[in-house]
Write a protein that binds this ligand. Structure first.
Ligand code: GUN
Length: 303
């Protein structure tokens, strides 16, 4: 058992500020070469949480010197209208990143929309070409939240090689890409989910637990090995003692008695997602420049 004083609180806010400072510096160098990266953010409908996320993404982009182009579309926008906008953004050489905020209204096919985004502008890393590239360990745009979690883990643990990592949750946005990134870092990886038998026992063996299920305080001390490092991706709003508050998928207070390091909610993973969106926008610009160079030099194989 750990004394509370020996537990490291993984400060996502501070790490995100460092990542954003790196991005700001790179944007400055690009400006010296006459370039300004641009990120297009598309929101369809009036979902309250999505409006907050989009506003934060746009504000953060402006803070680091990335030009942001906000497209707010009415809830009754058709799939064809949204696809036409994406096509325009794909063709615009001044747009480097395209993000379509999810979830989309039910009358729009999410897969079809994500597949329409140019993979080299897909700053979410959701296009199947990028998903496949990640699975193959190639240098592609990867989803922002898992990328942010990897940075927190590297900063906390140093070497990840050989560690046993359990990812709780198998979503396309977090669980699956997280498992792929951990595997790429030479971890041994298990993904557990709602149909897994004895998730608790599997978790209890893990050096690293990444919780991304969206179930408030599901994981308590009995799920955790002494000395485990815990990354809590969950952001769940609950009512407690007559007040509304945010809690993670991990019972933070209970876990403190067991873990070596843990992310708080809020202030852990949350700020890292936007920071990595900015980083991905710069990577997208870089990939586009590489592709343009290959085209100019008429290299016979894009691989
Ligand atoms: N909605 C919730 N998380 C995300 C995300 O990472 N990207 C997008 N585009 N929409 C989201």
């Amino acid at each position: 058992m750990n004394a509370l004083s020996s537990v490291t609180l993984i400060d996502g806010k501070a790490t995100a500020a460092r990542v954003l400072a790196e991005v700001r510096e790179q944007v400055g160098s690009l400006r010296d070469n006459g370039l300004q990266p641009a990120l297009a953010v598309v929101l369809v409908g009036m979902d309250a949480a999505s409006q907050v996320y989009v506003r934060n993404k746009v504000l953060r982009a402006e803070e680091v010197g990335i030009r942001s182009l906000e497209h707010r579309l009415a809830p009754d926008t058709t799939e064809a209208q949204l696809l036409a906008l994406i096509e325009r953004l794909n063709r615009d050489p001044d747009v480097n990143g395209i993000l379509v905020q999810l979830p989309l209204p039910r009358h729009i096919d999410e897969h079809c929309v994500l597949q329409a985004i140019d993979p080299l502008k897909d700053v979410d890393g959701f296009h199947s070409q990028n998903v496949g590239g990640l699975a193959q360990g190639r240098d592609v745009l990867t989803p922002c939240t898992p990328s942010g979690c990897m940075r927190l883990l590297r900063d906390t643990c140093g070497e990840l090689r050989g560690k046993y990592a359990v990812v709780v949750g198998r979503s396309n946005i977090v669980g699956k890409p997280m498992a792929a990134l951990l595997l790429q870092a030479d971890c041994t990886v298990t993904v557990v989910h709602s149909r897994s038998r004895d998730m608790q026992a599997l978790c209890r063996q893990a050096d690293i637990v990444v919780a991304a299920v969206g179930k408030p305080r599901l994981i308590d001390a009995s799920w955790l090995k002494p000395g485990a490092v815990v990354i809590d991706v969950g952001i769940n709003r609950i009512e407690e003692n007559g007040r509304s508050r945010l809690v993670g998928d991990v019972d933070f207070d209970a876990a403190l008695s067991q873990v070596a390091a843990i992310t708080p909610v809020p202030g852990g993973v949350g700020p890292m997602t936007i920071a990595y969106l900015m980083k991905n926008t710069l990577l997208a610009l870089d990939l586009q420049q590489q592709a343009a160079h290959l085209e100019r030099t008429a290299c016979p194989s894009p691989c």
